[in-house]
Design a protein around this ligand. Structure first.
Ligand code: TYD
Length: 206
């Protein structure tokens, strides 16, 4: 079987984890070995970097530091986990990938899309996702879904304005790359979202 690399994107609180689990189950039914991972994270080193990135204590973190740390965590994950799994014929589903850096650091932080790609090229190598699902949610709705959480991480504590730039940034990105990125209204029932995702993934596998 040929490996496949799928990523889930969208603002905080859009329901990516639920959809990853549903897709994983149906891929397994079709005989795929599935590997679920997340960014930042997915390896020991990348999870440590995640700790630094999301710690609300590090309010002084500069956008450039943030960009490089996300890219460092990604480089380790791609070489240690994603690349080998895809080469072994597995279906890899990642909760976020380089599109998150494009949107959060490139657009919302204002570092620029080209800078983000330049830094991330060595991190991702040839591993761009075969398909990406953007669970589209307004910034306000995303924040409302996270309200019950005990503590918000450093990124979640950002302003509404920042989260609005994220939501708009994702839409721009999806418009530029409609072949790879499928935008789905995250307020739809989860079964409907799951069917849309499966439709695209299974057409790619055929
Ligand atoms: P996480 O809790 O994993 O995401 P979610 O809110 O989707 O459950 O937090 C990861 C945070 O890091 C999230 O706010 C998005 C942000 N992020 C970036 O800013 N750049 C990146 O490259 C990645 C992968 C994530």
């Amino acid at each position: 079987m040929k490996g496949i690399f799928i990523t889930m994107e969208g603002p905080d609180g859009a329901g990516k984890t639920t959809q990853m689990e549903l897709l994983s189950a149906s891929l397994q039914e079709r005989g795929y070995e599935v590997l679920l991972t997340r960014e930042p994270g997915g390896t020991k080193i990348s999870e440590s970097i995640r700790g630094i990135l999301l710690d609300p204590a590090y309010k002084e973190m500069k956008p450039e530091t943030e960009l490089l740390l996300y890219a460092a965590a990604r480089a380790q994950l791609v070489q240690q986990v994603i690349g080998p799994a895809v080469e072994a014929g597995k279906a890899v589903i990642s909760d976020r990938f380089v599109d998150s850096s494009v949107v959060y650091q490139g657009i919302a932080r204002g570092l620029g899309i080209e800078t983000v790609y330049a830094v991330n090229r060595p991190a991702i190598g040839k591993y761009m996702p075969d398909a990406t699902f953007l669970l589209d949610l307004s910034a306000k709705e995303g924040i409302a879904r996270k309200k019950n959480q005990a503590e918000l991480d450093r990124m979640e504590q950002e302003s509404l304005d920042f989260h609005e730039k994220v939501a708009a940034g994702y839409r721009t990105l999806a418009e530029r790359d409609p072949e790879r990125i499928l935008t789905i209204d995250a307020t739809l029932p989860k079964e409907v979202i799951c069917d849309m995702i499966k439709g695209k993934v299974f057409s790619l596998l055929r």
